[in-house]
Write a protein that binds this ligand. Sequence first.
Ligand code: HSE
Length: 438
Amino acid sequence: MKPVKIGFLGFGTVGQGAATVIKRNAAEISRRIGRDIIVKSASVRNVNRELDPLLAEVELTTDSESIVNDPEIDVVVEVMGGDEPARTLLTTAIANGKHVVTANKALVACHGAEIFDAAREHGVSVAFEAAVAGGIPVIKSIREGLAGNRIQWVAGIINGTCNYILTEMLEKGREFEDVLEDAKALGYAEADPTFDVEGIDAAHKLTILASIAFGVPLQFEAVYIEGISSISREDTAYARELGYRIKHLGLAIDTGNGIELRVHPTLIPERRLIANVNGVMNAVLVQADAVGPTLYYGAGAGAEPTGSSVVADIMDVVRVASASVENRVPTLAFQHDALVDSHPLKPEEFQTSYYLRILAEDKPGVMADISRVLADEAISIEAIVQKEPVDNSGKLPIVLLTKKITEGSMNNAITKLESLSVIAGKVTRIRMESLGGN
Ligand code: HSE
């Protein structure tokens, strides 16, 4: 059969990683799909850039439109990131009858619906494995491997930068700001690290995971988002003393009463495998009714790991190209006319347990005051520990773990605690999940 020709929009780390994998594993890939894959061209800002000799035959151009309009190109791979011009270029490629593969999580999370509609209309495929958890084939696993299950919840460490920072804070007792500088120097965090450390990148990925897990529309705006910039090294250390690790999790939970979509730092029991996923690695834990829990672990970023997902997507779209649209695996796992209105819950309706750190005066009755406030909101205490003072102020940190309660009740309790005269400053609140089943 005639070779498949690929054009890349953007040719940075991921693009070159994917092209290298295609070139190096050409024979293996051809044995799998029965066709050769040729990387014909790539759009770049500077056509004079140095490329690995393996990629010498790739035609470089600054004109992205020439790629999406090239009649020889069968599959367009978008690895430029961001909203525009990626969105318009992909739409043009689709209108020209090309299959598209993208690693752009923001684009899929925020504009996926319109892109998928256009693809259906033109009978082409859109694939986006590389958009979530880099090299881990988690989209394919949930969409196809778990297709017979009803999925109850998904919990993922889906931002390597956050995981690296939290791991360093815990293992080396370092502060957030200090580790962030390292993460930037090592190339993990962007120069503007807001998307990573404030949870937006993870929220894009969670939006996609929730959609394919539950058969609900992509709804980035419904995700509650909290980053890791307010986590202190004391919290990571106190959590460890209590048998927990703090991880930045994306959580999609089908409560039976609506779905919770949330991204925030979370205490999880250290005995869970996912609590021991460290450094820049990613992991996604899926709880499903038939199979039970399954865990997917691997590199969430990097040239060849993410390239591995891009190449698998290219092979997939080539393989199914001759199947009619209705006989392909649905883009969002469920038939497009079978997506259900999911009723995302509001943050006040979320139910979870909490870790609270309260700075209190060293006086008789303080514990009683705290207990009374919590009891008034029907919040049950799981554990309470008084720690050594951290400075000369005479104030003592009190660390509390609670049982499950609505976020609304906890908000009320925190407001009341902060108004007590024996409490100094803000109460630190970190949510807690057992991740132990349904
Ligand atoms: N900035 C992302 C991370 C890279 O830190 O995980 C891949 O999406």
